[in-house]
Write a protein that binds this ligand. Structure first.
Ligand code: CMP
Length: 140
């Protein structure tokens, strides 16, 4: 089925100037950018976005990293977009990410891991609405 997923190019990858290289991978895999913005998240926004991780030991470091520089946020659309994007990203920990994945090629650590992608249809809908409320998604 045609799905949408929320993708974030994190501060480490934006700082490395590889937004275009990551977009090229989305496009080559048949994922279309249907909404996008470069943003500098506040602590409040990052904390709200990652609220599901609030009780995890890494929450504070996660919020501090995600607010350390600008991020590129996009909604991607395509056949099986959620799983497709997760395959492109590779494992959360870049040391465990398969060769040729975004995290294997561009990430340094589990915190600075280059990209975020929604993990399921329900979270994708919530995450897209969080960053692109209203009608700011353009499918064609
Ligand atoms: P992301 O997909 O953005 O979702 C939550 C983030 O928390 C994750 O990527 C990692 O960058 C970060 N993180 C740090 N430590 C861990 C951990 N032990 N398990 C999962 N995520 C972690």
């Amino acid at each position: 089925a045609i799905e949408r997923t929320l993708s974030i190019i994190k501060p480490d990858a934006v700082a490395k100037n590889v937004i275009g290289q990551i977009y090229a991978r989305f496009e080559a895999a048949g994922l279309k950018v249907v909404a996008a913005k470069l943003a500098y998240l506040s602590e409040r926004e990052a904390g709200e976005f990652y609220a599901v991780h609030k009780e995890r030991p890494f929450f504070k470091d996660l919020v501090s990293f995600m607010t350390s520089g600008p991020v590129m946020i996009q909604a991607l659309e395509g056949e099986g977009a959620i799983l497709k994007n997760r395959d492109l990203m590779g494992a959360t920990d870049p040391k465990k990410a398969a060769p040729g994945t975004i995290r294997a090629d561009f990430a340094e650590s589990i915190d600075a891991n280059a990209v975020h992608g929604s993990d399921a249809a329900e979270t994708a809908a919530v995450e897209i609405a969080f960053f692109f409320p209203g009608m700011n998604v353009y499918s064609r």
